[in-house]
Design a protein around this ligand. Structure first.
Ligand code: PGA
Length: 251
């Protein structure tokens, strides 16, 4: 059985005090209303160790939003997968379109990051998705396939068990333009078919595939109603505990 999940991606928002307040508010809200799905929050590096303490006796799990593509050493400003793991984080968001577009993370860099995350006991939440022009040209399937082949289909079957995917059409991220439930379902089913080709039907059935891109308290339920949409990766709406809790309750 695959895991249903709602994961937050705070991106570059909230200073340390604000992040601690948000994590505390979320934890208290979920004490009132126990989640029926896995709940993960992805925070900037600086929050990880503090937030890990706050959520330690709660159902909330912690993700970093990135990790280095190098093991350790003279890489000023970088944060390694081992360092991330040592904070108590269990997941690492990798391959986000903002990292690909603004920080030039290509297939090979992402392949390294995924391997280092896995080697250090972190579960990648690996993001894939096409830009607007690619969707308009009808190339979304080929883009997503290339992203998988370029950075994660090198993994063996054991390693694959630790992968969560997030389909995030870039044109839907932060734009208010959500994919329709039908568009999301169609792509998720296609992604699952690619996993089946590569790792077999059971592995495909067991892989959690999240939808991300302007998923919010209003539209989450209809997106999650699709058989291949196992949950969401939530940006903007994860910054307000009540909205995030509504999305969690929709799953
Ligand atoms: P959004 O971001 O929910 O603000 O569109 C989603 C994401 O980028 O993970």
């Amino acid at each position: 059985m695959r895991i249903k999940m709602v994961a937050g991606n705070w991106k570059m928002n909230k200073n340390l005090q604000e992040g601690i307040a948000l994590a505390t508010e979320l934890k208290e809200a979920l004490q009132q209303n126990a989640p029926k799905c896995a709940v993960v929050i992805g925070t900037p590096f600086i929050h990880l160790a503090s937030v890990a303490q706050i959520i330690k006796d709660s159902p909330i799990r912690l993700a970093a939003e990135n990790c280095a593509d190098k093991v350790s050493g003279a890489y000023t400003g970088e944060v390694s997968a081992e360092m991330v793991r040592s904070t108590g984080a269990e997941y690492c968001i990798l391959g986000h379109s903002e990292r690909r577009a603004y920080y030039h993370e290509d297939y090979d860099i992402l392949k390294e990051k995924v391997l280092l995350a896995l080697q250090n006991g972190l579960k990648p939440i690996f993001c894939i998705g096409e830009v607007k022009e690619e969707r308009e040209a009808g190339k979304q399937n080929e883009v997503v396939r290339a992203q998988l082949e370029g950075s994660v289909f090198n993994l063996n079957a054991e390693e694959w068990k630790n992968i969560t995917l997030a389909y995030e059409p870039v044109w839907a991220i932060g734009t208010g333009l959500t994919a329709t439930p039908a568009q999301a379902q169609e792509m998720h089913a296609y992604i699952r078919s690619l996993i089946a080709e590569k790792y077999g039907k059971q592995a495909a059935e067991d892989t959690t595939i999240l939808y991300g891109g302007s998923c919010n308290a209003k539209n989450a339920a209809e997106l999650f109603a699709n058989p291949d949409v196992d949950g969401g990766l939530i940006g903007g709406a994860s910054l307000k505990a009540p909205d995030f809790c509504t999305i969690i309750a929709a799953r």
